[in-house]
Design a protein. Structure first.
Length: 169
């Protein structure tokens, strides 16, 4: 393992069988533990679009509530959307859409928690990705050049590999 917890030898990739074919990892021998992941994304837009969303003046309705709900729903569908992801019993999903006038735009955070044999990083990343896409969809009538940026894992806890918190940029 390298310092950032990635495999340094590609022959040890767990999602490949001995013939190099994709496979779902067998987690049946693992003990369920409490696991949590936090992911984030940024949605950058013009100051005018940001002001319209903040004022509730978007043509499609409540942009922020819709994006938040879409993120929660997406986390629950991750195993359907991402090949080889395990369906997990999610105990908690939180999606926050945080205004940032300096961006201008929004920082989206998702926290996903479970007690299971494998982690919830993909669920948290899916939640912020779909929330950001929904924000774009709800606001594209105001501006088509909205940018979705910096989708990233902020932290994860639990599991055999332990806790992860990347260094500050």
């Amino acid at each position: 393992m390298t310092q950032d917890n990635t495999l340094s030898n590609p022959t040890n990739l767990t999602h490949l069988d001995n013939q190099g074919q994709a496979q779902m990892v067998d987690v049946s021998g693992k003990i369920p533990t409490i696991r949590q992941a936090v992911a984030a994304a940024r949605v950058r837009m013009s100051p005018e679009t940001f002001a319209a969303i903040q004022a509730g003046n978007a043509p499609k309705g409540d942009v922020l509530a819709t994006a938040k709900l879409a993120g929660i729903m997406a986390a629950k569908q991750t195993a359907v959307l991402i090949p080889l992801c395990h369906p997990l019993p999610l105990q908690k999903i939180t999606v926050e859409v945080i205004p940032d006038s300096q961006l201008p735009g929004y920082e989206i955070h998702a926290t996903v928690k479970t007690k299971a044999e494998t982690g919830v990083e993909m669920e948290a990343l899916t939640a912020v990705s779909v929330a950001a896409l929904t924000l774009y969809d709800m606001a594209k009538a105001l501006e088509k050049s909205i940018q979705i940026e910096s989708i990233r894992l902020i932290s994860k806890t639990g599991g055999k590999s332990g806790d992860y918190c990347p260094p500050e940029p």
